[in-house]
Structures are given as structure tokens and as C-alpha cells.
Design a protein around this ligand. Sequence first.
Ligand SMILES: [Cu+2]
Length: 190
Amino acid sequence: MKHPVIILAAALAVGSAAVAVRASAAGAPQRASGAGIVHAHADITGEGISGTADFTESQQATGTLVTITVTVKGLKPGMHGVHLHAVGKCTPDFAAAGGHFDPGPAGNPDPDANHPYHMGDLPQLAVTGPTATMRVATTRVTLSDGPLSLFDADGSAIVIHGNPDQGITGEPKSGVSGGPRLACGVIEKK
Ligand SMILES: [Cu+2]
């Protein structure tokens, strides 16, 4: 089954996470330990694009679920690939965010050649007006410490792409996962 069934694109309550204090200091984000972290935030920016991503971790029975709310302004209408990328950097350009988050002994962060099997792959963002929002949940990553933590040694970022995510595997640089990177945000603890 190729469909990423463990990602639940469902409406889930995130509570008041989005209004808590946001760490947007210009310095390097805190990294290397996600011990006890249950909330995270990213300020998403690109040319003419701004937005936020808020992350909340919760326990679901024996599993760990991360709910992600993404709100972005300034994107052209259509579908846009959205992923969690392997490195918590968006400068000097969005290539600094590396490939798609895919830790593990068999991880392969190549955005297209190992798509849509990365741990950081998410449902895409549907843009129909000036502001687009989506709320998704994934068991493929955690905020707290562990083998799937977004707060690994080099952090993680969220990237919005210019094209639809075709949800298929392609040749490296073929762009099947969404092509050009339009906006990026470093994921920070909060
Ligand atoms: Cu991506």
C-alpha cells in the first residue's frame, strides 16, 4: 500500500498552542535535545509569503502523535507540497534545509527518489484564497527525544513548495515532491 496511511489528515483540536509565546530570536535555534518538548513553532517566510506552523505532541494510546497546523499567506492557488526537512536552516537559501526528514539506518532524504516514504512527508496544502490553512497529524515524527525526533543534532525545518506533491517516487531532482522551494521555516521549541 503506497498511500501514507499513518498520516491522518483529520480535523484535530490543537487548543491554544498557536497563541503561546513564540521563539523567533535571530540566533541559532535550540537543538540537540527534545526532552519533554510538547510544543514547537516555525515562522515560515518566502518572497511575498509569510506564515506559521505550530506543532503539538500528544500520546495516543501507546503511540506519539504530532499535530501540525500550517497557515500561510501569499501562495498562488493550487496544491503545494509541504514537508518536514532534515536540517533546521533556511539560510543562505532554502536549500540549506536539506532533503526530507528521514532518520534511521535506511533513511534516504532525497526529496524525489525516496518520496513519499520519508518520515517528514506530509499531506499537501490546498490553496484556494489569500490564506491557506491545514491541520494534519503524523506518527512519523516526534518533538520529544527519540529516534524520530525533529530536534535531532541539526534540527529540522518546514518547507512549502511551488508545485503539487505528486505523491510518487521519481528520479533525483525530478520535482515529483513539489519542486521549487517557495517558503521555509526553522522549527523551534517553545
Ligand atoms: Cu520538501
